[in-house]
Write a protein of this length. Sequence first.
Length: 257
Amino acid sequence: MKNIWKEKIMRGEKTMGLFINAGDASTAEIVAMTDMDYAIIDTEHGPFDVESAMNMIRVFELHNSTPLVRVKDSNRNSILKMLDVGAKGLIIPQVHSVEQVKEIISYGKYFPIGDRGFAYGRGAGYGHADHVMQGLNKYTEISNSESLIIPQCETVGALEHIEEIAKMNGVDGIFIGPFDLSIAMGIPCQFDHPSFKDALVRIRLACEEAGKFCMVFCGDENVAKTRLAEGFKHVTVGCDYGYYYNALNAAVKSVLG
Ligand code: 3PY
Ligand code: MG
């Protein structure tokens, strides 16, 4: 069980991914065939759930790309099932407190870090994957290090405790949701507002000090370039149906003028 994206992070490389919201395995397969480093299958906002996510995870594995899932909420079952079907990492939305992150870790990491429920699902090759064959302790150790737990920072509660959250054992990285964060701060989508800019710096530094990676959502490529210039390394740029829409309109414009 190898997380190729995590290896790039550990080597200090910059990475780029996108959200998959259409929920269609063929569309996801095209994404998996590109140079995108990872994709986040979005069951928070996308109109689909675990079985569709599992089929999309399969296509990313086929093409040696990395499938992450944004879970629909932080309940035990939402977290457990996505790991069992083989997600290489979970983005957890709407995190408000340190207590909530403790619960997320307990659901998402095996002992000795948490209390993840034990089952040999498809992520464990139905009990026959290489990391299962190495024995129980090796299986839990490898699963814990390769299945990433990534709480979102998009609420005032998470922002206020971001240094503590980033340091927690079991938190692998933080994902910034700029839209919800700015709304929660009372400055909706005012991404040039000094308080918002300060918040971005605060989250990035909290991650750096804790030795964790930091991802940030970017509405378009220009925002992504700005974030990289600011010192972010991992950008999530747009979503599948946005690229599809833009490409179709660009084609019409190019043909018909
Ligand atoms: C936000 O901006 O709120 C997000 O969750 C981005 O995905
Ligand atoms: Mg959000």
